[in-house]
Design a protein around this ligand. Structure first.
Ligand code: C5P
Length: 296
């Protein structure tokens, strides 16, 4: 069954842009251009922004609610639409409205997912028929996390974010906490104290010693040092389950895996934890997605 968007009274169609969590994130090297090589499991979750799009006949790309202090021109959704227009010599344009729910600077890939959703949705709305691989290659120009959201399935991600191996991940519920800080990704990746050459999990697997590799987020020590609020959230959540940062932060999560026998147990457990959240912290519960809804 193919995904059918809701259309509002002004003719805008709604497309979901899901978030991701990095179940672990290892830095295995660094490229000559400064980008870091990763090994990471990217997990889609059902928390999402909604991108509203309406085709324009005049070729213009117009953002109707740009984020305060961010010029529409530099918004990733506008850049994605323009990039696709240029690449395909498309004469049609688009009106864009973004219903933002995902934290910005939160390590959940919100901005990248918004851009990926624009590429996936316009590929349909402009009847371009570009392959997923072509969209992923284009998306990489917008950011290292964009190809994953176009790939649209849970994956072991390598390279700087462009090499995907699809993987099955267990059905789970997550408690996600959002410390009140905006983490600038380049400052975390650029920190001199960043661990830059964690042993490869893939190599360890091949050599039969995967159990010696700890599944951690290599960006966490640097982010925690710069932003103590992240440490506070990890500490609070760790009372209930192992807690980890996602991406370059700031969000922190704990995973509750669904047990086949007790279907609702993981959701109940996650809901119980979030109900204890002190009032000075913010967070929510979200569950695994097996794939991006636009792939349906
Ligand atoms: O590609 P994106 O714009 O999301 O990356 C933001 C910054 O994060 C880059 O400019 C780079 O400093 C850093 N980065 C990195 N290695 C990655 C992804 C991001 O060094 N794989």
């Amino acid at each position: 069954m193919s995904f059918t968007p809701i259309i509002d009274a002004q003719g805008f169609a709604a497309f979901p842009a899901p978030a991701k969590l990095n179940l672990f994130l290892h830095i295995t090297g660094r490229r000559a251009d400064g980008y870091h090589l990763l090994e990471s499991i990217f997990q889609l979750i059902d928390a999402h922004d909604t991108i509203w799009l309406r085709v324009r006949q005049d070729g213009q790309v117009i953002h109707h609610n740009p984020i305060e202090n961010v010029p529409a021109e530099s918004d990733l959704t506008v850049r994605a639409a323009r990039l696709l227009q240029g690449h395909t010599q498309q004469q049609l344009g688009v009106d864009i409205r973004v219903e933002k729910r995902l934290p910005m600077g939160g390590g959940m890939g919100g901005g990248s997912s918004d851009a990926a959703t624009v590429l996936l949705a316009l590929n349909r709305l402009w009847s371009l028929n570009l392959s997923r691989q072509a969209l992923m290659t284009l998306g990489l120009q917008l950011g290292a996390d964009v190809p994953f959201f176009i790939f649209g399935r849970n994956a072991l991600v390598e390279g700087i974010g462009e090499i995907m191996t699809p993987i099955e991940t267990p059905v789970a519920h997550f408690v996600v906490l959002h410390p009140p800080v905006h983490v600038p990704t380049p400052a975390i990746f650029g920190d001199p104290e960043l661990t830059r050459d964690t042993p490869s999990l893939k190599v360890a697997l091949l050599e039969g010693r995967a159990d010696q590799v700890e599944l951690k987020n290599d960006l966490e020590p640097v982010a925690v040092r710069k932003f103590p609020q992240i440490a506070e959230c990890i500490q609070w959540l760790s009372q209930y389950a192992p807690a980890k940062m996602t991406g370059s932060g700031s969000c922190v999560f704990a995973q509750f895996i669904a047990d086949g026998a007790e279907k609702n147990a993981s959701q109940n457990r996650a809901n119980a934890v979030i109900s204890c959240l002190p009032k000075e912290m913010t967070g929510f519960v979200s569950s695994t997605l097996s794939q991006h809804q636009l792939l349906d």
